[in-house]
Design a binder for this molecule. Sequence first.
Ligand code: GLN
Length: 396
Amino acid sequence: MTTGITSRTAERFAPFGTTIFSEMTALANTHRAVNLSQGFPDFDGPDLGKLGAIEAMNNARNQYAPMPGTPELRHAIAGWAARVNKIDCNPDREITVTSGCTEAIAATMLGLLNPGDEVVVFEPYYDSYRACLAMAGAVPRFVTMHQTPEGFGYKPEELRAAFTSSTRAVLINTPHNPTGTVFSDSQLREISALCIEHDAIAISDEVYERLVYDDYTHQSIATQPGMRERSIVLSSSGKSFSLTGWKIGWAIAPEELTRGIRSAHQFLTFSVATPLQLGVAKLLENGEQEINSLLEHYKRTRSMLAEALQELGFELTLPQGSYFILADHRRVTDRLGLKTDVDLCRWLPSHAGVAAIPPSAFYSNPENGSHLIRFAFCKQTATIEEAIKRLRSALG
Ligand code: GLN
């Protein structure tokens, strides 16, 4: 489902084409469909952050930030990490502010991996992981998260088999996009034991760290015994504060690993928007109330959408975290005479006026994800209601 890449594009990007997020959002716009594809809120972020950024602009904080990030934001991240991730870190030597978590992923891989290094990656995976590994010349070794009646999980024997003498890192994402899985303490312990056994580092994308439901709790792999010194914790303000367009992210890592991350970051972006960093600092320090009301809202939109999808024949388990629902579409596609996720996601915007993501884009072997479909519920109640109405009339 990729558009043509001209022969002038570097070979390393040839397998990746245009990201599925841009493609599906464009399709949604063409058909004026309700866009439940790309994960971004259709409501505004909190005033507290915006006022902080405006104040910074009015106070002439408009020149380059220091390469690792403004001191204010690095201090705020250290406080946040102590509360949210249970990690104590030094704001000067262990935190790097990046252009969203996506740049933190790129800087980590480019700064710490050598060509030929193997990296264990759980699939389905966020699409930028593979492209960044390709830029670094690293080799992914995939471990599939299988769908079970309780949710998505990996098989311990498959995880163990993915580690080899060339393994340099494991890449985890908890809460996980697109499955909504929150990795458990015992899973993190198991992954940590393999990291230590193979002297590998853990690259942990925790951007959905605050979007956790029911009785699940977010845990960072860096808190496992022996892991702090070999973990890189990546996050951002995009999901917790509905500011995906600000692109303020960060990497927390021990000094030795931070040196590698900064080596790449200084030549990728050097530094990121100063006033926005200062706005995010305010939110990290004083934004708990905003997060609580966001969570209440997402709990509602999650159940509304999940119930409606189940009624229409999609099979799913409620996501434990994140703002995505991953569902098996086969009963629906059978009725419609369609087959794959790509067929359904091309059909939906024009026939139902709703857009979603075909998860085969998140698998090394696309066939493994072709029975699934991903819907985002990070939208206003009225948007979710409209999507449900449209899906019912097209599929009901
Ligand atoms: N993380 C978001 C998603 O998974 C969007 C990412 C993007 O647009 N690059 O939908």
